[in-house]
Design a protein around this ligand. Structure first.
Ligand code: ZN
Ligand code: ZN
Length: 300
């Protein structure tokens, strides 16, 4: 198999683009897609400070790698969830990556800061681990980005993530969530930081290939808590559709974005208020984060 762009030995077949690429051309393609995402979705400008949420997996490390290559001013933010060996490995790989590039890394440990890891938090509050983890991540991503004066928070969500989330939201017609499925969420309120997903144009397998070609050492295993999740089932379903008709995921998600353009989402923000405990933006009187912490305090 030869690269359709330059004739070198190809490393990746890309059926959705009806092509195959070598390592160099894959890098060009991946970087081009990120540049286009940043520009098309008005994610950030030169001179802006970007906080990259890094889990230690292929997507977030690839995102950080590309933004550094493109010479954006970045720092990484890693949340230590305290889920045994998985979290330990994730932490180590993230630190090693940051050190190898001399990049600034902010580490936030749930055990140290909130007093309990994800599993304990879930137990104390009768939430699923993924729900407790989601609250902790969203809250700390936003608060740390805001307090440290970053202009934007970037996450490594890719096309597969966004397409499967969209499928899940449509299957249950969760219209509130649909409004939030844009690759750029502006900071509509005080203390709310803009969120962006610069990898939304790239398929998971393209990112994996990029990570391998560029020798990025990432945690291969998925979070042990995600086994059997709806998200993974939706991904499998979409993979079957994609195998049958390459380009399905892209058509599905990009088509949604096209239709969402110009939609009036301002009513979504009217529900947001300041948490009466911590002052962070929330849709409830007391935010989910503060409600979880209350239970941790009561238990200790
Ligand atoms: Zn090539
Ligand atoms: Zn709060």
């Amino acid at each position: 198999m030869r690269c359709r762009r330059c004739g070198e030995k190809a490393v990746l077949k890309m059926p959705r683009h009806n092509t195959a690429v070598c390592g160099n051309c894959l890098n060009d393609y991946v970087i081009e897609q990120v540049k286009r995402a940043v520009k098309d979705q008005k994610m950030f400008e030169r001179g802006g400070r970007v906080l990259v949420a890094v889990s230690g997996g292929k997507d977030s490390l690839t995102l950080w790698d590309i933004l550094m290559r493109l010479e954006y001013e970045t720092a990484g933010l890693h949340i230590q969830q305290g889920i045994g060996d998985y979290s330990e490995q994730s932490y180590k790989k993230t630190v090693a990556f940051a050190e190898s590039r001399g990049a600034e890394l902010i580490v936030h440990s749930l055990r140290e800061e909130e007093g309990a890891g994800v599993l304990e938090l879930a137990k104390l509050t009768d939430r699923s681990p993924c729900s407790a983890c989601g609250v902790m991540k969203r809250y700390n991503f936003n608060r740390i980005a805001h307090d440290r004066h970053f202009d934007v928070l970037a996450t490594g969500h890719n096309l597969d993530d966004e397409a499967s989330r969209l499928l899940g939201n449509i299957l249950r017609w969760q219209e509130d969530y649909l409004a939030k499925q844009s690759p750029t969420l502006p900071a509509t309120r005080e203390k709310l930081v803009k969120k962006v997903k610069p990898l939304y144009r790239l398929a998971e397998r393209e990112i994996t290939a990029y990570a391998v070609v560029n020798k990025i050492d990432y945690v291969i295993e998925e979070c042990p808590m995600s086994v059997g999740s709806k998200m993974l089932v939706n991904k499998e379903v979409l993979n079957r559709l994609e195998a049958d008709a390459p380009g399905t995921k892209q058509a599905f998600y990009f088509g949604f974005l096209e239709r969402q353009k110009g939609a009036d989402l301002s009513h979504e923000d009217e529900k947001i208020q300041s948490c009466t405990r911590c002052g962070q933006p929330t849709t409830a009187r007391v935010c989910a984060y503060c409600r979880i912490l209350e239970k941790v305090k009561a238990a200790t």
